[in-house]
Design a protein around this ligand. Structure first.
Ligand code: BEZ
Ligand code: FE
Length: 287
């Protein structure tokens, strides 16, 4: 059969007929149908197709061990958040994007330690509890935390200014599921714009900023882990995150506190900024 605009899709779908893995076959078939429909829908010209290939090539060429431009592309197209949301546990704290600044080995710290190794910022305490969906505390839960500094940079972006591990910590909740650590209030910051994804944002009049946030990955025995953020409630860009990661349940007050007893317990002076952020994990059997 001749390859024509009418027969093209079925010809390609048919070519995957012998794929052993049924899921791979399903995904490739659907991808083919959607891609072909997209080409027909916008009437893609040869020149535009070449531009698209050059763009994707540039995205690949920008990737190295520390830079993942494809993840960034997926983020700004909302695909990361869509996949994340569709695979979420459905109960418990909502998940959001991992982002490119997570380190596999955050430095292990004691409850109450500061992740602000330079001690230059405004004192801030983040505290809360790790709970099961029924409200039972989860003692010993692991909290992997990372954030940028008050200028909006992660340690890895400023190796000459910040010591490795600044803004990062691996904590374990106490016997009542409580956690607390000292830090500084993070800033909004732009995602990396010195690559093709930055050019895409520029060409479409989009800003590259993310609202201020603290990242968490929280794990506890017999529960599903959650990858999420506590977003600073009054942060700029809270309604226009460049990667669409804000969920209203994650917006947290970082409020000035004059509570002497809390300050003493946390080892800070008054006033200090206090963010309370509980994390709820769904049982493992719920997915
Ligand atoms: C982050 O929050 O670290 C992040 C997420 C997506 C893209 C860039 C940065
Ligand atoms: Fe971040």
């Amino acid at each position: 059969m001749d390859f024509t605009a009418e027969t093209a899709t079925e010809a390609v779908v048919e070519s995957f007929r012998h794929t052993d893995d049924p899921r791979l076959r399903e995904v490739l078939e659907s991808l083919t149908r959607h891609l072909h429909d997209f080409v027909r829908d916008v009437g893609l010209s040869l020149e535009e197709w070449e531009q698209a290939l050059a763009f994707l090539t540039a995205v690949g060429q920008k990737c190295d061990d520390t830079r993942q431009e494809f993840v960034l592309l997926s983020d700004v197209l909302g695909v990361s958040m869509l996949v994340e949301t569709l695979s979420g546990a459905g109960e418990g704290t909502e998940s959001t994007v991992l982002g490119p600044f997570h380190m596999t080995e955050s430095p292990s710290r004691e409850l109450g330690d500061s992740v602000d190794l330079l001690g230059t910022g405004r004192a801030c305490v983040v505290s809360g509890r790790v709970l099961a969906s029924d409200g039972t505390p989860l003692p010993g839960a692991e909290l992997d935390v990372w954030q940028c500094n008050e200028e909006g940079f992660y340690d890895v972006q400023q190796p000459d200014v910040q010591p490795p591990g600044n803004g990062r910590g691996l904590f374990h909740a106490d016997d009542q599921g409580r956690y607390w650590f000292r830090t500084v209030v993070p800033s909004p910051y732009p995602i990396p714009t010195d690559g093709p994804v930055g050019r895409l944002l520029d060409a479409t009049g989009r800003h590259p900023y993310r609202p201020a946030h603290v990242h968490f990955i929280v794990k506890a025995k017999d529960h599903l882990p959650v990858t999420t953020h506590a977003f600073v409630a009054d942060s700029p860009y809270i309604d226009s995150d460049a990667v669409f990661a804000v969920k209203s349940g994650l917006i947290t007050d970082f409020a000035e506190s004059y509570e002497e007893r809390d300050a003493e317990r946390f080892g800070v002076g008054v006033p200090f900024v206090h963010a309370r952020f509980d994390l709820v994990l769904a049982p493992e059997a719920s997915r």
